[in-house]
Ligand binder design. Sequence first.
Ligand code: ARG
Length: 586
Amino acid sequence: MNSTIAQLKDRFDQALVAAFGDDLAGTDPILVAASNPKFGDYQANVAMSLAKRLGQAPRAIAEQIVQQLQVEDLCEPPTVAGPGFVNLRFKPSYIEAQLKAIQADPRLGIGSTPQPQRVIVDYPSPNIAKEMHVGHLRPCIIGDCLARILEFLGHDVLRLSHIGDWGTPFGMLIAYLREAYPEALTTGSLDLADLAMFYRQAKQRFDGDEAFQAIARTSVVQLQAGDPETIQAWKIVCDLSNRTNLKLFDVMGLSPLIKERGESFYNPFLADVLVELKRLGLLVEDSGAQCVFLDGFTNKEGKPLPLIVQKTDGGYNYATTDLAAIRYRVGVDRVQRVVYPVGAEQINHFAQIFQVGRRAGWITDDVEFVHTPLGSILGEDGKKLKSRSGEAARLQDLLVEAIARARADLETRLVEEARVETEEFIANVAQIVGMGAVKYADLSQNRTSNYIFSYDKMLALQGNTAPYMLYAYVRVQGISRRGGIDFSALGADCPILLHDETELALAKYLLQFDEVLDSVAADLLPNRLCEYLFELSKKFNQFYDRCPILQAEEPQRTSRLILADLMARTIKLGLSLLGIQVLERM
Ligand code: ARG
């Protein structure tokens, strides 16, 4: 099925060609949702953009477009307004037919992209050896959501976790364990709590002791050179750490398709990066280190900034690994797009490696590498969220707390409503509401901004929150239970009738879902999807307040049931793309 906007675009294309010739084929009609429903549903701004090219006044251009525009089956007669806007209002009969067409479609009329790409989403990419903390929450949630949306739209998505398993932290930890608890490195008898503690102790030691720093660096070099004993120690630490992380991914409901391809994976390709950079004349030695001098980056004295790719001790670093990953992703994975949902503090890192990648010819014009910077999660005090002991809050604690609070809210409600539910029901609702609330709170913010983490706000039943969205869905399921309605059996031959203005507004909004998904796929901003779902449920509530459903006369009753079902299915699909499950009751 063609979406409403795709059909309109088609008609504009034909009109532009008819009015101004073949040269204008494929011109974007610049359709935007009308700023005020008084003016219609959409407004086309193409006339303004053509004024220069055609050497005519925009208003005259708009008049000529409207003369040629054949939309009688879709819209009321189009009008020209202001400097040359073309205003369009859909006919209810057209909206009715469009909705009818998506009723039986599990994808709700959302087609697959005509240009499927191979896409890598680089997430959640934690550093192992230390526990995941609050800083890893956003890459998990936003990465998962972007991957789901791109995949749903038909792209071939590879989820790669670029875990930090190869650098200085490992050298430090292994050096420390060798010295303090050598048996831990051979027997594998560690558990993660020990490891976290050892990591803290190792870090303390590292920060205060230069001799130890040198030993730790030697361990990194040994690791990178494949020394068997160091590799064995490294494996023990990685296994343990990974097992714990996988459990957390499971609690968060991250896609099981995430593939681990950590920094260590690229070790065999690091030397090649240098060989190539050298061959291309990009490599420069600077105080013993191998560097690439960056365009547009300067140090405090205004001198060009070097990007170090091999340290004086011969060790490679984070940047070298990412350069090897770029080459691998383009050359072996053959991707067209790579998305990095990673903290905003790495903006320079990505700008630098992308620059070197482009200058080396590894990133060509037909491949898009994008860092989608993520803002920080702050505590109520406006500072980075900390645990009681003053370190970054552990991710695990945060999730457990959210679920516990969702459970407490539910239990209070059960008492108030004198309801009795099984433990299974309570545990399930708490898990879905708690996790959903954390995810939704994160996704509904513009991903580039910092936000304040508040359990109370994210669990509130009112406002742009997960519980609010889940309720909108549950309310419709309640209608079906009360009326003994099987939504899937609602007649395909039963018409949809949009008589009340709230019905029509809800129906039109339902048909904008595909546009929203396309925009998220392009701009990688999941908050747009949250805003859409929030607005949709508000439109549903307006309709629900005004229009009786079960008490309505046929054929209106069935028509309204279909409308309610379509909105519930849109919410369910939308939330699933955000990585959030729905509940039938809560
Ligand atoms: N491990 C890094 C960190 O926790 C993030 C890695 C992001 N991905 C990448 N290809 N650099 O900060």
